[in-house]
Design a protein around this ligand. Structure first.
Ligand code: SAH
Ligand code: SF4
Length: 356
């Protein structure tokens, strides 16, 4: 059985060509065809000798992952992909500042089980391979040129799939594959502390986003049960480690505002204390309503008041307006719709992520 070309690292591709006596430039030619020109059939690589094309076709599966559903709104395109190895996954192309951001999933479902998230509500199925993560970017690239940023803000917790996510990031930045700038890639985690320490030392110059969503350990236990074993104090230490290892680079903190749960002036003050010694950007995100829960966003005056309280505390903060409610119901929803009624989004958070 032929294996998926998309699962190979650039080193493995290079070694395959070398083992068969092909010159190294052939390997680069094939990788550029697949990852930059989006060729999905070796037969189309007419710049290769016919014998080599046939040999590649015998050895490797180059079939692209094509979307089952495409949902287009004014500034987002959501794709629902069926993976050859089983399962469905979502990714989103988001228009931002004249370029596109690809919001990718790292798992099918998520085990963190956040109270406000449709993905978490759907339960955990499995982690994605590096090739399955790259396939999402390639599927988005096929919609048209201009994908410049990648955010890991789709389904799943990237640091519960650490090795595959790191491997996918390495391939995204590899000059032979997607050649993306690491600064334009953001890995978003719910706060898996040991993995943040490890990532700090990984030598990858990507951005890091942490979904904070709470100002006390008790709130975090309620909202994000799957990461509650890591107290906020330890989480902040890990973030400081990341910043210190990256020349003081700020960490982006997402704070989903939920009425009556985490939206008081005391919360703002506690946030200021948590972030005082941490290079940061704090993104306040009004909760997107999910149907399985009664949680909702505070009314606009309260959002403004919270924002202003954060500013008074000298936090580097922005409030993401929900202009374009059409973005609502992105990652998590398409798949959930098939399984039953559920509405949610992570794309709003992705959109609110500054793009590098
Ligand atoms: N598991 C990772 C990455 C995916 S979630 C993480 O949690 O960071 C991406 C973002 O979507 C997170 O910041 C999360 O807080 C946010 N999010 C999830 N559900 C949401 C909702 N209903 N409304 C607004 N933001 C939401
Ligand atoms: Fe998982 Fe992130 Fe959703 Fe929490 S917010 S359930 S960590 S995907």
């Amino acid at each position: 059985m032929s294996h998926s070309f998309y699962e190979l690292t650039p080193e493995q591709v290079t070694a395959w060509f070398a083992d068969r006596g092909h010159p190294p430039y052939r390997a680069r030619q094939v990788m550029a065809g697949v990852y930059r020109r989006g060729v999905s059939d070796f037969a189309q690589m007419t710049d290769l000798p016919a014998a080599l094309r046939a040999e590649l076709a015998r050895e490797f599966d180059l079939r692209p992952v094509t979307p089952d559903r495409v949902v287009q709104t004014s500034d987002t395109t959501k794709l629902l992909l069926s993976l050859p190895a089983g399962g469905q996954v979502e990714c989103v192309r988001i228009a931002m500042d004249g370029a596109f951001t690809a919001c990718v999933s790292s798992q099918i479902g998520c085990a963190v089980n956040c109270a406000f998230c449709a993905t978490g509500h759907g339960g955990y199925e499995r982690s994605l391979t590096p090739g399955e993560i790259l396939a999402q970017v390639l599927a988005i690239n096929r919609l048209g040129p201009g994908v410049r940023n990648v955010v890991f803000m789709g389904m799943g917790e990237p640091f519960h799939n650490y090795a595959n996510v790191v491997s996918a990031v390495r391939r995204m930045v590899s000059p032979d594959l997607l050649a993306l700038s690491p600064r334009r890639i953001t890995v978003s985690t719910a706060g898996v502390v040991p993995a943040i320490h490890r990532y700090a030392e990984e030598g990858l110059a990507t951005e890091l986003a942490v979904s904070l969503n709470a100002s006390t350990d008790e709130q975090r236990r309620q909202l994000m049960p799957g990461v509650a074993r890591y107290p906020l104090a330890q989480l902040m230490e890990a973030c400081q480690h990341f910043s210190a290892a990256h020349h003081g680079r700020p960490v982006t903190f997402a704070y989903v505002l939920i009425e009556g749960v985490n939206d008081t002036f005391d919360d703002a003050e506690r946030l200021a204390r948590l972030l005082k010694h941490q290079p940061h950007h704090l993104n306040l995100i009004p909760l997107n309503r999910v149907t399985h829960s009664a949680l909702r966003a505070p009314a606009y005056p309260r959002l403004r008041a919270f924002l202003q309280a954060c500013r008074r505390h000298k936090l580097n903060v922005s409030l993401r307006h929900s202009k374009g409610e059409d973005i609502e119901a992105a990652c998590g929803q398409l798949r959930a719709e098939r399984a039953g009624p559920a509405v949610s989004t992570n794309a709003k958070a992705a959109r609110s992520q500054r793009s590098g």
